[in-house]
Design a protein around this ligand. Structure first.
Ligand code: SF4
Length: 133
């Protein structure tokens, strides 16, 4: 069964990007391949709750909102984040992906809005940025 390790799913206002201020459902996936010096989500490093993709969709659909963001941790660190994005798009969601810039984006559906971090020298991981998709 296709599953993802989920840290938390919650409903809030989007605080970043051109979607700032809009209601949004956040899917925070567990695990990250980096360890930024300023990381404010270290609790996402640990193994999360294993959830089937359909179960994640059901949780997201409980909220009155068609905007959803995959975040982490690093959401692309788990392979099944790609099929989850496809499923959300098929159901009419606008899908945002916040990613740390260190992983290839070629498998991410074109319709997904990519929010790509660039790690500054103070992060301690500035050499992690993937310059070529
Ligand atoms: S990429 Fe994000 S989650 Fe991962 S260590 Fe850096 S700030 Fe934390």
């Amino acid at each position: 069964m296709n599953q993802l390790e989920v840290c938390e799913i919650f409903y809030s206002l989007q605080g970043e990007s051109s979607y700032m201020g809009m209601p949004c459902v956040f899917i925070r996936l567990s695990g990250c391949n980096l360890r930024c010096s300023w990381c404010d989500t270290q609790y996402s490093y640990a193994k999360g709750e294993s959830c089937a993709l359909e179960s994640i969709i059901e949780q997201v659909e409980q909220y009155p909102c068609k905007l959803v963001e995959l975040t982490g941790g690093e959401p692309l660190w788990q392979d099944h984040s790609i099929p989850l994005m496809d499923m959300l798009l098929e159901r009419g969601f606008t899908v945002l992906l916040e990613t740390n810039g260190s992983l290839y984006l070629e498998a991410v559906p074109k319709a997904v809005v990519k929010i790509v971090d660039v790690k500054c020298p103070g992060s301690g991981v500035s050499d992690s940025f993937m310059l070529v998709e």
